[in-house]
Ligand binder design. Structure first.
Ligand code: MN
Ligand code: MN
Length: 295
């Protein structure tokens, strides 16, 4: 663990959050929001830990704008991003209601309250299901459901999801938290409380460095391995770097088994979904939420 780099990745996320919140309005371009977030991360000395997720309403996660995306912000928008320093990542999300809807506001409040309870509870030795229980209770108190097949996660260098999961329900597994870096991310919905795979997202990660003959694909594979290692990236980034010839190359890399493409995650009952997320550093004696300012 490199705590200095972890704290720095958290500080960048804090700054970006402060910068982007006031810029997001109904009908803002999602593509512009994503680029502003990612450019700001670089300006502050980090790199995006994964493509900015800007998921609307029943899409719970894994929507990132394509290179020519014309979608405008509306509904309940979840803004999920992170920075990394040398592979040590922060991961944070907030939700905004762009419709002046009481239901949306309540969903957001439920996910925020659940995260607050979880942050208060998490510490070395506490079980992950105890944290999940508080998340579930907080969301159910609002009359909503937590999403049971999405969870928080431990973070390791160049590995966003590694080690322990932090469930959004009491899964009764009795696994104890040990020192490390953890993202906690309650999702609240007025739907079924479960996500299923939707359309393909244009978000990928490298799964196998096996050889590929096509020179474009080869060149792009080498770039991906060097630039992102195991961290997720998106077609928008690759097209920006290599032009539209990258579209066919990405398809070939996927078919050849080099890349995995993630699906969008959609609420199975078409419910509206709110998400709030912070990254917490757990130490032997203490903890620190790295993605929010110390009070
Ligand atoms: Mn996230
Ligand atoms: Mn996360």
């Amino acid at each position: 663990m490199d705590n200095k780099k972890i704290i720095q990745a958290g500080k960048i996320a804090q700054e970006v959050k402060k910068y982007i919140k006031p810029l997001i309005k109904k009908n803002s371009s999602l593509l512009e929001i994503a680029e502003k977030i990612e450019n700001k991360i670089v300006e502050l000395g980090g790199k995006p830990a994964f493509p900015t997720n800007l998921s609307i309403n029943e899409i719970a996660a894994h929507y990132t704008p394509s290179y020519n995306d014309e979608t405008l912000a509306h509904g309940l928008l979840k803004v999920d991003f992170g920075a990394h320093m040398d592979g040590w990542a922060s991961d944070t999300a907030f939700s905004i209601d762009l419709e002046n809807s009481n239901e949306n506001k309540k969903l957001i409040e439920a996910s925020e309250k659940a995260l607050q309870k979880a942050e208060e509870t998490i510490t070395k030795g506490v079980t992950t299901n105890e944290i999940g229980k508080f998340i579930q209770e907080a969301i159910e108190n609002y009359g909503f459901s937590p999403i049971i097949n999405l969870s928080g996660h431990q973070i390791d260098q160049y590995s966003l999801h590694s080690g322990l999961n932090i469930p959004n329900i009491d899964d009764r597994r009795n696994i104890k938290i040990h020192p490390g870096l953890y993202a906690i991310e309650p999702f609240a919905t007025n739907g079924n409380g479960k996500v299923k795979d939707g359309k393909l997202s244009g978000i990928y990660s490298l799964i196998d460095y096996r050889n590929i003959r096509n020179p474009d694909a080869r060149e792009i594979l080498e770039y991906i391995a060097e630039e992102y290692q195991q961290l997720p990236f998106c077609s928008r980034w690759i097209i920006k770097k290599f032009g539209t010839r990258a579209i066919i190359a990405l398809k070939q890399l996927e078919q050849n088994g080099n890349l995995h493409q993630y699906a969008q995650l959609v609420e199975s009952g078409k419910g509206i979904v709110a998400q709030t997320e912070n990254t917490v550093l757990i130490e032997e004696n203490g903890k620190k939420t790295i993605t929010t300012k110390e009070s």
